[in-house]
Every structure is written in C-alpha cells, then in structure tokens.
Design a protein around this ligand. Structure first.
Ligand code: NAD
Ligand code: UFG
Length: 334
C-alpha cells in the first residue's frame, strides 16, 4: 500500500510519516520546504530505520504531481501541505487562498486523472468559529473568523461537492484541535523560525531563555482560572489518527468528518504549570490583554473518531510538555 504525503517534512506530516512507516506502508512525500527543513528527511529515516521517496516541489505544480503519479501507483493521499499562520493570513489573504486552495485543487485534479480517489485532509477546529456549546461535535455549525480558517472551510466544501459529483471518492476530513509535543526520540518536533504565534512553541522559547517571559493573553475569560482553554493533543496521537483514517477509507467508502482531540480542556496556566513541573524549569509570564479573535474555550467531543476510526488519544498533558522540551533540548544541544 503506497501513500503520498504532501507537506510531509512539516510538523504533523513528519510525525505521520513515522507512524505510517512503522505500520509498514510505503510512503512517497512531497514538500517545498516553505516551512520545514530538509534535515527532517534523515531524522525520519533515523527514527524508523526505513526509507521513503522524497520529491522537493510545490503541490500547486501539476507537472511534479503528474511525475509522482507516473512513477508510483499511489493508493491514497494525505494532504498536509498548506500555510497555517492565522495572523499572517489576515495580513496576506491572497497568499493563503492561492497556496491552500490551489494546492488542493491541483492535487485533486491529478488524483482524479490517475484514478486515485482515497483522500485524507488536514482541517482544523477553527472551522467551528466561536462554538456556542462544549464539547464540540462534528455536526456543530461551521463558520470562520480569518482567511486561514476560511481556506479550510472552503476546502471542506470542495470535498463535499467532489463527493456529490462522484461517490467513488473516499474522503476523511480530520479536524485537528491543538497539536503540541514531539516525537519521544527528540529528533523531530515543532521548530518555528519566526516568533511563534502558538502557546507551546512560545513557552519553550521562554524556558530556553530566548524570550524573557510569556504573555498570557487574558485572565478574565469565563473559564476556571480566567485564561483560555484548549484541547491540546500530542502530535504522535494525532499522527496515529491518520493511520486509522487511511485504514478506514480503504475499507469503507464515503466522505466523513472527524474531530481529532482528546476531549480534555486545559487552560494556559495549566499548560505553563505542567511544563514547569515536568521539566523542572521556570517559565516566567505576565498577564497581557486578550488577543483579538481568541475564544474562551474550545475542546472536542472525540467519540465519533473512536466509534468510526477506532482511534483515541492516549498521551497526557505531562507527556506533551515533556516531549516538547526534550525536542528543543536535543535540537539545541542543551
Ligand atoms: P507545517 O507548516 O509544519 O507543515 C506544512 C508543510 O507543508 C511544510 O513542510 C511546508 O513546507 C509544506 N508546504 C506548504 N505549502 C506547500 C506547497 N504548496 N507545496 C509543497 N509543500 C508545501 O504545518 P503543520 O502544523 O504540520 O500542519 C499541517 C496541516 O495541518 C496544515 O494544512 C495545517 O493547516 C493543518 N493544521 C495544523 C494545525 C496546527 O496547530 N499545527 C491545526 C489544525 C490544522
Ligand atoms: N496564548 C497565550 N500566549 C501566547 C500564545 C497563546 O496566552 O503567546 C493563549 C491563547 O490566547 C489561547 C491559547 O494560548 O488561549 C492557545 O493559543 P494557540 O495560539 O496555541 O492556539 P489557538 O487555539 O489560538 O489556535 C490553534 C491554531 C489554529 C487552529 C486552532 C485549532 O493556531 O490554526 O489551534 O486547531 F485553527
């Protein structure tokens, strides 16, 4: 069974590649390194002791996709490639619409041409907008608050239309909650070049003294300690969810949508305090104003993924904090 992974040297893609190789899938990967580094390829091979075929290229480029489909019989595709920074998408929406939509449409066109109709897509909990109730179920109303989120919702719509036009497609849309942590080897993880927008990469940079303190965006939300609550999920659990989704679509036809989260909500201060405790390191913070566009709380009801995919998350917040710091310690030789 041969799987094409787009964006496979990125954060979630690299962990998924490891899980697929460990499950004995053959893997072909394409990435243009717009947000990842070539070294990741060697790290994945080192962790798994297995090999895979890599193409450096852009998923918006039909020619390289055709080359891949000519050179391999691809059974299914997992599409991670895309831009993901919410703030950047507000500043430069066209860049987001161009890359996220163009890559997906081009990929689907080439898949159709080569009669490969098994597709797993990286969507996001951001498609639930500001949920009125918690935990979030898959049939909750959908809306978005920024261009990045809109690209995800538009692509979900494209996939629904595609399936209506031809129900021989098998599609799993995975709505991720907040992936954090790293592979336990410490060889791969999240390594943003720019100032991180997300909480865990920022905590890590405060712990390593790159930044003086963390800004906690608001302590007056309607949550137990006033800080924002999210459903943090270990990236290795999330990666395993993709293996389950592939197994599922290869045996059960249709299109379906799944929350990949743990079902547990933790606040900003829960995460900071757990990080300090398990890593025995200080993380100074100050309370700052709320961040525009943030919601108070967001966590999944993951029971549908458990029922249909037979998947659930196993790692806890201690593992997430320990593995995130272990990765940075190894990377920076601390
Ligand atoms: P990432 O930026 O680490 O990985 C994306 C990879 O895609 C990068 O390696 C990048 O170089 C590559 N890429 C981007 N555009 C490309 C193109 N046109 N052609 C070829 N390669 C391209 O991001 P990630 O955190 O691993 O996220 C993977 C997917 O999951 C994205 O679609 C993202 O929107 C989605 N997602 C991520 C999160 C999160 O918090 N990390 C949450 C929900 C959804
Ligand atoms: N936060 C801080 N300080 C920081 C960064 C974040 O207090 O420096 C807080 C936020 O206010 C929020 C929580 O930490 O309460 C989590 O924030 P993140 O930026 O880590 O995550 P978000 O839930 O805002 O968004 C992330 C991705 C989105 C994705 C969403 C759901 O950035 O792309 O998860 O998957 F859509």
């Amino acid at each position: 069974m041969k799987i094409l992974i787009t964006g496979g040297t990125g954060y979630i893609g690299s962990h998924t590649l490891v899980e697929l190789l460990n499950s004995n899938y053959e893997v072909v990967c394409i990435d243009n390194f717009s947000n990842s580094k070539p070294e990741v390829i060697g790290k994945i091979k080192e962790i798994t002791n297995k090999t895979f075929t890599f193409y450096e290229g852009d998923v918006c480029d039909k020619n390289i996709l055709e080359r891949i489909f000519n050179e391999h019989t691809i059974d299914a595709v997992i599409h991670f490639a895309g831009y993901k920074a919410v703030g950047e998408s507000v500043k430069n929406p066209l860049m987001y619409y161009r890359n996220n939509l163009d890559s997906t449409i081009t990929l689907l066109e080439v898949m159709k041409k080569y009669n490969c109709k098994n597709f797993v897509f990286s969507s996001s909990a951001t498609v639930y907008g500001s949920p009125k109730n918690l935990p979030i179920k898959e049939d909750f109303p959908l809306s978005t608050t920024n261009p990045y989120g809109t690209t995800k919702l538009m692509i979900e719509g494209i996939l629904k239309d595609l399936y209506i036009s031809d129900n021989s497609w098998n599609i799993a849309v995975l709505r991720y909650f907040n992936p954090i942590g790293a592979h336990e080897s410490g060889l791969i993880g999240e390594d943003p070049n720019d100032i991180p927008n997300n909480l865990m990469p920022y905590i890590v940079k405060v712990a390593t003294k790159e930044y003086e303190h963390l800004n906690v965006f608001g302590d007056d939300y309607d949550t137990p300690d006033g800080t924002g609550v999210r459903d943090y999920i270990h990236v290795v659990d999330l990666a395993q969810g993709h293996v389950s989704a592939i197994e599922h679509i290869l045996k059960e036809p249709g299109i379906d949508f799944y929350n990949l989260g743990t079902g547990n909500g933790y606040s900003v201060l829960d995460l900071v305090n757990t990080f300090k405790k398990v890593n025995n390191i200080d993380v100074p913070y100050v309370i700052a104003p709320r961040r525009d566009g943030d919601i108070a709380a967001c966590y999944a009801d993951p029971s549908y993924a458990k029922e249909k995919l037979g998947w659930s998350a196993h790692k806890d917040i201690n593992d997430m904090c320990k593995d995130a710091y272990n990765f940075v310690k190894r990377t920076k030789g601390l």
